[in-house]
Ligand binder design. Sequence first.
Ligand code: NAI
Length: 241
Amino acid sequence: MNYALVTGASRGIGRAIAERLAKDGYTVIINYRSNSKAAEETKAAIEAAGGKVELLPFDVSDGKAIEAALTAWDTAHEGEYISVLVNNAGIRKDGLLVFMNEDDWHQVMQTTTEGFYYTTRHVLSGMLRARKGRIVNIASVSGVSGLPGQANYSAAKSALIGATKALSKEVAARKVTVNAVAPGFIATDMTADLDEAELKKMIPAGRFGQPDEVAALVSFLCSDEAAYITGQVITIAGGMG
Ligand code: NAI
């Protein structure tokens, strides 16, 4: 069985990635924090389409919770390992730095960087033993170029990009690839409060992207054909950035 773990997969881009990887033949492990209703809906949708899916709730900003959940998964799946990891869970808490409170800084940093560190470190050992693996980190154009009002989010996503590049060099010889995807504006709950009509003017393609379009890129990066692509940041932003 080929297992793919997608963090924050109960909705939005993570859900689209989970659905796509299930179509690609993976048994998808949907991680979510607290929204069990959305996670169950995503699971049901994947199963209705003939896919295989498991649920694995944990909070990606809590290293102990990640270790406990993944250790329990290992125990329940003796002899198996997770061959695809998509670090997708993320939050934004925008504000100008001069007014930004400590919680907004730390929560955004912690969700992205601790989530990457604890989840990847655990899952990576199985990939290295098997000499096979794909890791895709969902960054953002904000982490590539920086966006005003997002110093915390840009810092977190830049950190994720740095870790992507460093780790790719550590594990390439073991046939594990590590890449980052940097979306621009994608139509999800995360962007629902933004002024789409105004922001579209900045996007050469003239529209927000769809979660399925990001999922198609992730699917390719996880495929056998993408074996020679590693340490890269691929922007998917309709020409922006
Ligand atoms: P979303 O808000 O719909 O989904 C984020 C998911 O992550 C949710 O399911 C949420 O519950 C989960 N999550 C948040 N904190 C978590 C935690 N501590 N533990 C476990 N799960 C947690 O947003 P969207 O748009 O689907 O975002 C997915 C990823 O794409 C995020 O990393 C986001 O930063 C990134 N992104 C999104 C863009 C957009 O325009 N929508 C643009 C660039 C990057």
